[in-house]
Write a new protein. Structure first.
Length: 278
């Protein structure tokens, strides 16, 4: 059974490409074909920052279905419901992009130079600055004219530290900003893990219950489970969730008089209604 776009209805988010053999090399397919990349819908999706294919953790190459791309684009307020709508949306996007000095987000790989082309003439009066996430200035970048495009290329040096930084560019009094996300290409394996393979348990905090808990797991139950996992099964670690903040806002203590008991957790102690254990 197929959907309106000719995709397998059982995999509406994507179709697993034929990974048996590449006619030319005999290797499994790992990237989109030239024909697929030339399709207007694929071009629009990529122009909007959407991935149109992926390789999962098992190495399976999958192409995102048309239906899924159209739905995600709609959620981004981009109409791709028909061929005509795709052309209109692409034209509108190109007009909007032509007015931007630089992309809104730049992904930089630490240890490697990062380059972008500014959307202005190389003859313009251009100033640029990079502010690191700690508020200090980073001046290791260069602005050079591109003789082919007639636009300036900004190259950021490889020693840009990890973090979230801000690039500000001013061209003839017109200002543009971009968020720079700097991260390593990969995180090195810790020495303790490199020595030999480690393993552990994964558990949900609220599911770690005992006869002493209130029907939902707490830190006392977690402490007991950690000890048992290390002693009885020789586990190296435990992945737990959720104990992080649900939202980036200050914690709220609701008074019992408002109809909600105040619950708090302290290491090794049980929570109490109406206040925390002293």
């Amino acid at each position: 059974m197929t959907d309106a776009y000719g995709n397998d209805a059982a995999t509406s988010t994507g179709t697993i490409a034929d990974t048996t053999n590449n006619a030319a090399s005999g290797a499994p397919q790992r990237a989109e074909s030239t024909e697929r990349l030339a399709r207007p819908l694929i071009k629009l999706a990529k122009a909007c920052g959407l991935a149109t294919s992926f390789i999962d953790q098992l190495g399976t190459y999958t192409e995102i279905s048309d239906a899924a791309l159209v739905a995600v684009l709609k959620a981004l307020d981009v109409d791709a419901s028909s061929d005509e709508a795709i052309v209109r949306s692409m034209t509108q996007l190109e007009v909007e992009n032509s007015k931007r000095l630089l992309p809104s987000t730049i992904v930089a790989t630490t240890g490697k130079p990062t380059g972008i082309t500014l959307n202005c003439s190389s003859d313009a009066d251009i100033t640029a600055s990079i502010e690191l996430e700690d508020g200090t200035a980073f001046g290791h970048f260069a602005l050079l004219p591109n003789l082919n495009s007639g636009k300036p290329d900004l190259t950021i040096a490889p020693d840009l530290p990890m973090g979230y930084h801000t690039l500000t560019v001013t061209v003839d009094g017109r200002e543009g900003k971009a968020a720079i996300i700097a991260a390593p290409a990969r995180i090195p394996v810790p020495e303790a893990v490199a020595e030999h393979q480690r393993w552990g348990w994964m558990t949900q905090m609220y599911s770690v219950r005992s006869r002493e808990s209130w029907g939902i797991g707490d830190y006392g139950d977690l402490k007991r489970l950690l000890a048992d996992a290390a002693e009885k099964s020789k586990a190296d670690f435990m992945l737990i969730n959720p104990i992080h903040a649900g939202a980036p806002i200050p914690q709220r203590d609701v008074h019992p008089a408002a109809g909600y008991p105040r619950i708090c957790h302290t290491a090794g102690r049980r929570a109490r209604a109406g206040g925390c254990a002293a």
